[in-house]
Design a protein around this ligand. Sequence first.
Ligand code: HEM
Length: 511
Amino acid sequence: MGVLLPIILAFLAAGIGGLYLLGVFRQRRPGEPPLDKGVIPWLGHVLEFRRDTLKFLERMQQKHGDIFTVQLGGFYITFLQDPLSFGAFVKESREKLDFNKFAQHLVQRVFRYVAIENDHSILQMSSNKHLKGDGLEVMTQAMMSNLQNLMLHDIDLDTDKRSWIEDGLFMFSYNIVFRAGYLSLFGNVSRNTVGSDEKAKEKDRAESEALFYEFRKYDQLFPNLAYGILSPRERKEAEKLLKSFWETLSVSKMKTKDNISRWVWDMQQAREEVGMKESMMNRYMFLLLWASQGNTGPSSFWLLLFLMKHREAMKAVKEEVDKVLKESGQQLQRGGPLVNLTREMLMKTPILDSAIEETLRLTAAPLLTRAVVQNMTFKMANGREYFIRKGDRMALFPYSAVHIDPEIHPDPQLFKYDRFLNPDGSKKTAFYKAGNKVKYYTMPWGAGVSMCPGRFFATNELKQFAFLMLVYFEFELKNPEEKIPEIDFKRWGFGSMQPQRDVQFRYRLRY
Ligand code: HEM
């Protein structure tokens, strides 16, 4: 017994320690939000959360109200579902709610990139300089010429008989917008290396096409990759894809390109200056590709689909686009010059702006997460205070809390192209809940420190793609009665949502 007792005690201690780590003993303390650990130790609710985040959070909100803590795969996450209290979350100091800590952990796991001290400030600085304001002027020009190269290259503008071309709308939109965005940010094949502009354009088309198909494979693995639940075969595939992206987007290859955007260039230079290894910079390049190209393509699909499914929306947007083109003094003719779509023209489209905002309301669903780095008290808009524990996380899922709240957006499941327009045609920004003005009435770009730094460029990309589609082509669903496909629930929380299936459409030159 003398020998056995310490062994038994050691096992007992290990067992209790294990249960502690599994979260079995955690209890709600006075002043904390309702706690729901789920029935499976450690995993908690993660399976239901993964299966359909929206449904799960709606269920939790009905059960517990607008703030609650749930256990998900070893983490305790407090969800805040009251949009009037979002400001307190977004503006909380970094000493309490920290984005970087959470983000660095994620990018290391998913992209193998080890962040440096001032990563985030370099990103913010470069984005402020080159992806908004005057910087957008250059990006708009680049995007326009790349879009036209991809959209028009196999259409003979002089002799084409206006025959219909059929395609899957999702793959068509994602393909074009991904490739044009990639070429605009990461540069074009240099004409000096291939001999002529035409050959350089052809190479741009071929290389960006190959990259898109590799990207889609990674894109499809991404939700399970982010949750760390890939099968061994999928893990191997993700590994292989990562290596090929690092090679394709390598800094040494990039330096042979023309028209590299200042956004990418400045961030690369800043890393070079602090002596980052080239192999690590290559990983960052893929991270940038991922962040910049994973959302805009799917969003452009939903935009065109909603326009095709809503005749009055299509009519209003088309009229606006035609008017802006006419006012710019341009007219499309067989054999005539291509459209010169300027940033100034893109600033005169309030109806298209509203249609885009409505599209994002219905189909962009990010999850905003922060690490709780010290014990804190969270104050809600109605004055209630909650104690939140260090080591937990706090999160917002604006899709359920705001985007589809019928009080803020009546008939939330309907696409209303003019939802974000005032009767006088100006942008509508006044939305209410319980008589209070809601500041965060849509949040497709997140908010606060992690707010998408590419949002102005992204909106421009969507507008340019839609604008060019509308002026060059007429397009319609192959089956006009076809229902709008369901959202792929596996991707809740990952930004722009994707459909469960593609939709066939056809297009032909308009003139
Ligand atoms: C419809 C298109 C887009 C949507 C809906 C979107 C949405 C978002 C959201 C919600 C976040 C924040 C995620 C979080 O809080 O964790 C984010 C981050 C980011 N986005 Fe976008 N985005 C889009 C397009 C773009 C484009 C075109 C670029 C660049 C050219 C871009 C660059 C980034 C970067 C670099 C981050 C990381 C920011 C950080 O670490 O602080 N995005 N995006």
